[in-house]
Write a protein that binds this ligand. Structure first.
Ligand code: PMP
Length: 328
């Protein structure tokens, strides 16, 4: 399921410099090392045409998570939280974006393929920040047909899902491949005890009896920033109760609504699980309402939580955005 456009940026940020995208090359023998040893983030910025501003959504929290991932893998790393945030803004300005954009910082230890298992803490690292245009306007009539994968989700004792590194994504790729050849849009994965974890690239939430249920952060999931945003919006904007607890596979079969949440997918409803329709087999009322609330807050059309939006362009108000409905 492709969600990215195939356009590229004009400029990329590499080790402190903005350089033309085409010049950001690496030796072919280093590709394996760069990907296996790569730790990354996925961030989005949203264009608000009414106020001519590009807002980076929860930049600080994404970079905090990036630093936590880097700590787990024990890389030597000298960029501060503030420097990382500034680098993203500098890159977005260099590319002169006036549309929604996806931002991908990644760090890896340098090495060639024969050094794959050499993992000294002091080994030099490269830091790269790429970006690309992203069409965010999700068609909310669309919902996915998912299956429960026969693959088990990686766990904290082998490849920790809390760590956002490229290697972890092989687990999701195996599941996505299996789902595709079996005629499904996307998989969800269970842990080794049969409890629900997440899908490749997004967390999963359920609705049962008017309550939103979420597997906890100890259930083999990434500590998702969208999940956290949705929790806040559910309570503040929709007044829907929330329960974080372990979820059984069969709860997916009897849920009123199921939807994915993540930076890339935003809010993505599920139509069926293992061919059993979820609710009426189309996006449910809570998923639709949360998708609308999310869209309004990320673009700054809803002025609440200005601390979540970092304005990128200098001429616009520095407060994090307008407030009130009139700017929609
Ligand atoms: N789980 C996985 C495995 C992911 O790759 C993502 C996307 N980053 C998420 C969950 C959602 O996390 P976030 O809301 O922070 O994008």
């Amino acid at each position: 399921m492709a969600i990215y456009s195939d356009e590229t940026a004009s400029f990329i940020w590499r080790n402190g410099e903005i350089i033309p995208w085409e010049q950001a090359t690496i030796h072919v023998n280093a590709v394996g090392h760069a990907s296996v040893a790569g730790v990354f983030e996925g961030i989005k910025a949203y264009w608000n045409d009414a106020v001519r501003q590009l807002y980076v959504f929860r930049l600080r929290e994404h970079m905090e998570r990036f630093l936590r991932s880097i700590r787990i893998v024990r890389y030597g790393f000298h960029y501060s939280l503030e420097e990382l945030q500034q680098a993203v803004l500098e890159l977005l300005r260099a590319n002169d974006y006036r549309r929604d954009v996806y931002i991908r910082p990644y760090v890896f230890q340098k090495g060639i393929v024969r050094e794959l298992l050499q993992a000294e803490p002091g080994r030099p690292t490269e830091l790269v920040i790429d970006s690309w245009p992203f069409d965010s306007c999700r068609d909310m009539s669309r919902a996915l047909h998912v299956c429960v994968s026969s693959w088990t989700r990686i766990s904290d004792s082998c490849l920790p899902p809390r760590l956002k590194c490229f290697s972890n994504y092989h687990n999701g790729r195996l599941a996505a491949m299996e789902a595709a050849v079996s005629g499904y849009d996307w998989p969800v994965l269970l842990d080794d005890r049969g409890k629900l974890t997440e899908g490749p690239g997004a967390c999963l939430l359920l609705v049962r009896d008017g309550k939103v249920i979420a597997p906890p952060v100890t259930s083999g999931i990434l500590e998702s920033i969208t999940r956290d945003t949705v929790f806040t919006l559910l309570q503040e904007a929709l007044h829907v109760p929330l329960q974080e607890r372990e979820v059984d596979r069969t709860e997916l079969y009897v849920a009123d609504e199921v939807f994915f949440v993540g930076t890339g997918w935003e809010i993505m409803p599920v139509a069926s699980v293992d061919r059993l329709p979820v609710g009426e087999g189309k996006p449910g009322p809570i998923a639709r309402a949360i998708a609308e609330a999310y869209r309004r807050v990320v673009t700054g059309r809803d002025g609440r939580h200005p601390e979540w939006r970092t304005p990128c362009l200098k001429q616009a108000p520095a407060s994090g955005g307008p407030s009130g409905e009139s700017l929609a």
